[in-house]
Design a protein around this ligand. Sequence first.
Ligand code: NAP
Length: 312
Amino acid sequence: MVEPSGSSFTGVDRLGSRPRSRDMTSENTARLLPGAPVAEAVLADVRERVAKLKARGVQPSLATILVGDDDASAGYIRIKQKQAAELGFASPHEHLSGDVTQADLLKVIAGFNDDKNVHGVLIQYPIPAHLDYDAALQTLDPDKDVDGMHPLNMGRLAVGLPGPLPCTPAGIEALLAHHGIEISGREVVILGRGATLGRPLAMLLAQKRPTANAAVTVVHTGVKDWPRYTQRAEILIAAAGVPGIIQPEHVKPGATVIGAGVRYEGRRLLPDVDESCAEVAGAITPRVGGVGPTTVAMLFRNAVVAAERANP
Ligand SMILES: NC(=O)c1ccc[n+]([C@@H]2O[C@H](COP(=O)([O-])OP(=O)(O)OC[C@H]3O[C@@H](n4cnc5c(N)ncnc54)[C@H](OP(=O)(O)O)[C@@H]3O)[C@@H](O)[C@H]2O)c1
């Protein structure tokens, strides 16, 4: 997912009213944790690794598959292809018509699986409703799964084996590390246990590594008194997709708040974390330009790692 960049959370003014203008600042504003510098650092590393592969005669390649004519999806693919080219990847592309059969979609995936020159494959989500996305994902060679969402890669994450990492969780860990937010030994509460975000993120941040190693709690609709948990979190990560679900009273003063859950109404982005949380938090992701850019960067990191693994 690509977010527009530019605006940020603002805090309260000295009289206690909450300014909404993006240009107003306040002593009470939490430190912002933008994703762009994190993405730049990750992509600089990717660029170097691509250059090293090319110097060995390996052309890293990230294939994309788009099904149908949804404007937003086509736009996301164009942005990713442009970025792939800038980073030095080859980017073969298959644009399938919106009425393609499941069998034909699987054939295209199988073709990329068999192509030794293709190291990563991205199936742009969503695909038309008559197609089975999970079945398509399961057809993909797990080692070429740059989204890190194949069930085998979820299993690798669960047991700590190397493999492509789910992009948004990996991006959140990188964001925290880049901004010097200590995770190890601290209490992390994640609101949401979805398969793309909350669940893999919990596995990632509980791993025994210096930039993880946290005490992780996951809350969801089954935990009616979830604020009791979020209120004690040193790091609170919103991954529900319910606009405004996190309000200041859910945040421990001084805590770090990461807003990953969003809902789109048309092109309007509605985040889980209400802007007013910046009045209470010590550090917080901006309303836009927080987690999003890191997610996209991790896609390219997975692609270059896949190319390296295929060419040891
Ligand atoms: N920024 C990015 O790049 C990026 C990338 C991926 C996803 N996302 C966003 O992250 C969000 C989560 O994605 P997902 O695929 O994991 O979604 P999902 O599968 O729908 O999971 C949502 C989770 O939130 C919980 N939840 C929903 N409403 C709740 C409530 N009122 N109280 C407590 N818990 C509640 C659900 O609980 P139950 O399990 O009990 O139903 C579920 O665990 C979405 O907004 C998605 O757009 C962002």
